[in-house]
Write a protein that binds this ligand. Structure first.
Ligand code: ADP
Ligand code: MG
Length: 343
């Protein structure tokens, strides 16, 4: 390659960049079972697998402190990390928390952040065992690393979906994205006229979905009780369409999903209409709901079909069929990832 050539970040995108970096990474340890490419790394520690993942939250990119209470931010930072362990069918156990702070933050403000962190650790049964504290010139950054465990025969990757497996989603979708739209609208109204009171009444659920998401460890326990081991799984951070495409790519398969099976939240649906947004687009590309997307063997359908918080939305196909959505009109459309663009 020409040493003077320069590739802009947005030419490759986040996933393209990760792929390119991963291509130059070698493996030296025999007990590294899975490195880059799933929700967490998998390390053989004897009788179980250790799961390891990390996520960074940056002020102005991932959160806006003008409408995000620090307590909620702390809670969310832990939840999104725990969600990646859940996505491997694992249970999180320990975290380290690193923060970079500017002098804009008081001790009390940082304590508020840690109240949320401690609350999430309590609700997910995770120990905070260390971290790092440093200064920043450009706002708040939170970097969390998490480890968890999974029995070797229960680990679930993105890469093992098989043709005819049923595609499932936990909970409902679209809420976190519409909550964000609402908070951003109220912020701009407030900036234009500070006398205006925010109009958030009756929208608690979707605002909570944005500000205080939960890792679906309850679903991991539920699947375990039902004796269902998904064939593939990923958590929905970037949006359903993007995550389906990740599973398809990793598993070398295609997929069909059905518009009328998508678990869009009712409040998100109505709020999307209020904002002149297409509710289906919101459901497919919203993101940040931190629900679990997984596939199961057809014979496991009986075990999950009456679970109220699990929706079956489609099935896995041969790769050559691509990834498609069957619309209510009967027409099909190609699934496209719009995801979040951080660059
Ligand atoms: P998730 O959304 O589940 O957190 P990402 O899309 O952030 O996953 O990352 C996908 C994969 O790429 C993961 O295995 C992650 O560990 C890896 N990854 C992301 N960024 C880097 C990086 N800068 N260097 C090495 N691996 C990375
Ligand atoms: Mg993930």
């Amino acid at each position: 390659m020409d040493n003077n050539s320069r590739t802009e970040l947005d030419q490759l995108g986040e996933f393209g960049l990760i792929e390119r970096l991963a291509a130059g990474v070698q493996k030296f340890q025999e007990n590294t079972v899975k490195g880059i490419g799933d929700d967490a790394a998998v390390i053989d520690i004897g009788d179980q697998y250790l799961l390891m993942s990390t996520d960074m939250l940056i002020e102005g990119i991932h959160f806006d402190l003008s409408y995000t209470p620090l307590r909620h931010l702390g809670y969310k930072a832990i939840a999104v990390n725990a969600s990646d362990i859940a996505a491997m069918n694992g249970i999180p156990q320990q975290v380290t928390v690193s923060v970079a702070l500017s002098n804009r933050f008081s001790i009390e403000a940082i304590e508020e952040l840690y109240e949320g962190i401690n609350l999430a650790c309590e609700s997910y049964n995770i120990d905070l065992v260390g971290g790092d504290t440093t200064s920043s010139l450009s706002g708040l950054m939170i970097s969390i690393s998490i480890i968890g465990r999974v029995d070797k025969n229960k680990v679930v990757y993105r890469s093992n979906a098989q043709v005819n497996d049923i595609i499932c989603v936990s909970g409902d979708l679209g809420g976190a994205f519409m909550g964000l739209q609402l908070l951003q609208r109220e912020k701009s109204v407030y900036l234009a006229n500070p006398e205006m009171q925010p109009e958030l009444e009756g929208k608690d659920y979707i605002i909570q979905r944005q500000l205080k998401p939960e890792a679906r460890l309850d679903v991991i326990h539920e699947l375990n009780d039902l004796k269902v081991i998904p064939t593939s799984m990923i958590d929905i951070s970037d949006g359903l369409a993007s995550e389906i495409l990740h599973i398809c790519k990793s598993s070398n398969k295609g997929a069909v999903i059905f518009e009328d099976k998508l678990p869009i939240d009712g409040m998100a649906f109505n709020t999307a209409l209020e904002f002149n947004l297409d509710p289906v687009t919101v459901t497919l590309n919203g993101g940040e709901d931190y629900e679990l997307l997984f596939t199961i063997k057809p014979e496991d359908f009986e075990k999950i079909k009456n679970q109220p918080d699990i929706a079956t939305i489609g099935y896995i196909t041969e790769k050559s069929a691509g990834a498609n959505i069957v619309l209510k009109s009967g027409n099909s459309a190609t699934l496209k990832a719009q995801g979040w663009k951080h660059f």
